[in-house]
Design a protein around this ligand. Structure first.
Ligand SMILES: [Zn+2]
Length: 464
């Protein structure tokens, strides 16, 4: 058996690992490399393997850094099955379509800029178009959680709940290899213990070979603060001042987690009468997908659901898709909560809400997610004033708040706890999906546990 690493090796994004046995070749994930222009250009480089010779692709979850290069793989000649959970497939439809749109916009913008400078722009093409992104959906094959599924002539596959986002799976492979059966498990991205909406990662049996993520391999989350309580205090104070709470939030995952927490605050009577707007067509679509898969919910959310009370539905909640309705939110002076995308304020309707509220000392901009360097979100979070939005300058008078720790990734203790739940040590452990420090720290600890732990380099290959 051979395993080679073609992304998320000594870095976080671009998840892509190839498992080969005498029976065939299985690709785990085919993610987009993210984090700036230079990295993005790497998505155009040829794959380190021949896409036409793959027998199967298995997708752990719908995040773009795990599925975003699938349209490129199709263009490189892969026309075979892509196995994923039903919820993942629904979210991939939303996220890949958006990704195709972004690629087209980026190309259009680059062409415009080059032409302005009088340069040739005929070579500029989007990485893929929205139409090309949607074609990939024809190749998807749905596989439910916790059931073995035969892979023609290769062996079999099982998805186990990873809790990271809706549909996210730990992938178990049993592959034929000559007379042997090789057991390979890929953690995908592992979720957190204390999420309000989604369940924690399930346990799996100890495999022969483990691929484990390490995003937070060297960090612990601060769990001393009750995040729902912080959210309550910020909303209450802002409403008392007569302002609005503007929350930039990723459309898939974070928005639904915020809704589940607001649901608790409203239904317990602590925040009644405050309108809550979700103003992002993508977030609204994703929320509808989340309501279809209650089996993925954490205990309390599932209990609510079973008692007939949807965990993301409460009086005062309005899901906004039409542009006119979005504009109407700004026209109203009623104190409210506005959740909108993009999560780092780099595009989308959130910019319009910021333009209206950032100069208002009664209002609050509340960050609940990571803000990358260079993003408008990071600029505001750093306390810069004035800021530029859509070419205009705005003095920042609104309160700037943040609630850290909403990450959907298991921290170091949770990763080790999940590993210990294997009940033994794999013969080989590959620590992937982490910056070198994070991956190295986790690998060192796992090595001390008794496994042969390696942080693979990009493009490296191991004969096992
Ligand atoms: Zn992820």
């Amino acid at each position: 058996m051979q395993i080679s690493f073609h992304g998320a090796a000594s870095e976080v994004t671009g998840s892509c690992h190839l498992v080969e046995t005498s029976a065939g070749r299985v690709l785990l994930d085919c993610g987009m490399i993210q984090g700036g222009k230079e990295r993005h250009e790497r998505n155009r480089e040829p794959f380190g393997f021949d896409a036409t010779t793959l027998d199967a692709v298995v997708l752990s979850h719908a995040h773009i850094d795990h599925c975003g290069r699938l349209p490129v793989l199709r263009k490189a000649g892969y026309k075979g099955p892509i196995y994923a959970t039903p919820a993942t497939i629904e979210l991939v439809r939303i996220l890949l379509s958006d990704s195709g749109h972004i690629q087209e916009e980026d190309a259009r913008w680059t062409i415009k800029r080059l032409r302005k400078k009088g340069k040739d722009a005929s070579h500029v093409k989007p990485l893929y178009t929205r139409a090309e992104a949607l074609q990939v959906l024809d190749q998807f094959v749905a596989v439910d959680f916790d059931r073995w599924r035969a892979l023609d002539g290769l062996g079999r596959l099982r998805f186990i709940m990873a809790g990271h986002i809706l549909g996210a799976a730990i992938v178990e492979l049993e592959l034929e290899d000559g007379d042997e059966c090789r057991h390979v498990t890929f953690s995908g991205d592992l979720g957190v213990e204390g999420a309000r909406l989604l369940a924690r990662p399930d346990r799996v049996e100890c495999p022969e070979v483990l691929l484990i993520e390490s995003t937070y391999g060297d960090r612990e989350r601060d769990d001393t603060e009750d995040r729902t309580e912080l959210l309550y205090e910020i909303v209450r104070d802002t409403v008392e001042r007569g302002g609005k709470v503007v929350i930039p939030s990723f459309a898939v995952g974070r928005t639904q987690e915020m809704l589940a927490r607001l649901n608790d605050l409203v239904e317990s009577g602590r925040l009644s009468g405050v309108p809550v707007f979700v103003d992002s067509p993508m977030a609204v679509e994703a929320t509808e997908v989340f309501t279809k898969f209650p089996d993925a919910y954490a205990k309390e959310a599932r209990r609510l659901y079973c008692s007939g009370d949807a965990p993301m539905e409460f009086p005062g909640l309005r899901l906004v898709t039409r542009v006119e309705d979005s504009k109407a939110i700004n026209a109203s002076r009623v104190p409210s909560v506005i959740i909108s995308a993009s999560g780092m304020c780099t595009a989308g309707r959130i910019k319009h809400h910021l333009k209206h509220e950032i100069g208002n000392p009664r209002s609050t901009v509340l960050f609940v997610g990571y803000q990358a360097r260079g993003s408008l979100g990071r600029v505001i979070q750093n306390g810069t004033s004035p800021v530029r939005i859509h070419g205009d300058t705005f003095d920042v008078r609104a309160r700037i708040e943040q609630i850290p720790g909403f990450s959907a990734h298991a921290d170091r203790s949770a990763l080790l706890d999940w590993y210990d739940g294997l009940g033994g040590n794999p013969q080989h452990t590959f620590v992937v999906h982490g910056d070198p420090d994070a991956a190295g720290a986790l690998a060192k600890t796992l090595e001390e546990r008794g496994t042969n732990a390696v942080v693979p380099e990009l493009g490296s290959s191991f004969e096992l």
